[in-house]
Design a binder for this molecule. Sequence first.
Ligand code: HGY
Ligand code: MN
Ligand code: MN
Length: 415
Amino acid sequence: MPTSSLAQAAAALSRRLDALSKVSDDAGATTRTFLSPAMRRANALVGGWMRESGLDVREDAVGNLIGRTQPQSAGVKTLLLGSHLDTVKDAGRFDGTLGVLLPLAALDVLRGRGLSLPFAVEVLGFSEEEGVRFSSAYLGSKGYTGRLRKSDLTLSDPEGVTVAEALKVLGFPAALPAAAHAPSDLLGYLEVHIEQGPVLEDRGLPAGVVSAIAGQTRGKVVFTGEAGHAGATPMGLRRDALAGAAEFIMEVEAYARTRTPLVATVGRIAAHPGASNVIAGSAELTLDVRHPADAPRRAALRHLLGAGRSIARRRRLGFSLAITQDNGAVACSRELSALLGESVRARQGSTLSLPSGAGHDAVIVSSLTPVAMLFVRCRRGLSHHPDEFVKKSDLKAALGIVVDFLERLAARTSA
Ligand code: HGY
Ligand code: MN
Ligand code: MN
C-alpha cells in the first residue's frame, strides 16, 4: 500500500484527477451520467485505487462505490468522506471527483506517518448527484441513506428509460435500499468540493469551511399549444408553445434578478416537433430554483406557477409544472465545522466560513449524520465547464487540511 509524503500524495492526486477525467461517455469531453458505461469504468478505476490504499471495496444497490478501511465492528465508529463520481455534460476534472480521490491521498499520507486512526473510514463515490440523466439529483446518496423512494424509480430519462429499468440493465436490484448505517455508527461526513464560485479566489484563500447549503427545487415545465404551418398560419391564430415558453423563461430571469440571493435557471428546453417551418405544438423545459432560506424559494415557486398559468391562459396554451426534486437548505454541523476550521486556520493562517449555492451530497447525508464541507478555490469560480481548474498548490493545501483534520479527530476520539 502506498505511503506518501504530502507533496507526493498531492502530485499523485493530480495525476489521478486527470486520468479519471478521461473516463467519459463522450469522446473529447468529460461526461459520466448515472448508470452509463463510463460510470462503470470510473467505478472500476477508482475502485482499483481504493484497493491500492488497502480499502475493502464494494458497489451498493444504486452503483455507489464504497471503500472501507476496516470491517464494521461494534464499538468502532465510522467517519464518512466522499462526493460524487457522476458529472454534468462536458464537465471539468474536479467537481465531485476531488471529494472522492482526496480522502484516498489523505489515508496514504497518514499511513506514511504511521498513524492508525481509532475509527473506521468509509470513502464514498456516489453514483449520481448531478441529476443530469433523470432531472432529479442525489439518487446515489439517497440510495446510500435509505431515502430513495418508489417515485425515484419511476423517473424517466429523455429516452423514456426509467431509473428502475436502468438499474436492472446493469444488474442492480431495482429495490429501495435501506440506509447503509445507523446514525449511531457514524462520527460524521466530510465532503471536500471545489467552491464553484469566486469568493475564495477573491479573498486569496486556498480553502474555506461551508456554513450551509442552499435549498434547491427542480421541476419539469410543459407548454402545450398546436403545431401548425409556419408559413400559412397568421400570427393571431397561433397557439405557439415555444413562444409561451420563451415568455416564461424571461419571467423566471426577471423575478430572480430582483430578489438576490435567489437564483432561478431554465437549463434545458425541447420544442416539438422541432422543425424550422412548424409552429411548436409543445415545449418542455427544466426549472431550477435555489435560495439559502426555504421561504423565499417556496415563494418563487408559487410565483412562477402563477406566471406560467397566466401566460398559458393568455396564449390559449396548456401548462404544467411537475416538481422532480425539492431539498430544503441544510446547515453544516457546528462541531465538525469548528474542528475543520481549526485545521484550515492551522494550515493556511486564517479561515473563512461561506454558504454553498450549489447542491452537494452532504444535503442528503445530513439526514443520517452531521456533515461538514471543505471548499477549495477554483480559478475564476468556473465549474460545470471543461476549464474548471484547481492549482496543484491548492490541491496540496486542501490535502494538508484534511490530513490535519483526521489527526485532530483521531486525537479527540482517543482522548
Ligand atoms: O447543481 C448543483 O448544484 C450541483 O452541481 N449538483
Ligand atoms: Mn458537485
Ligand atoms: Mn456539479
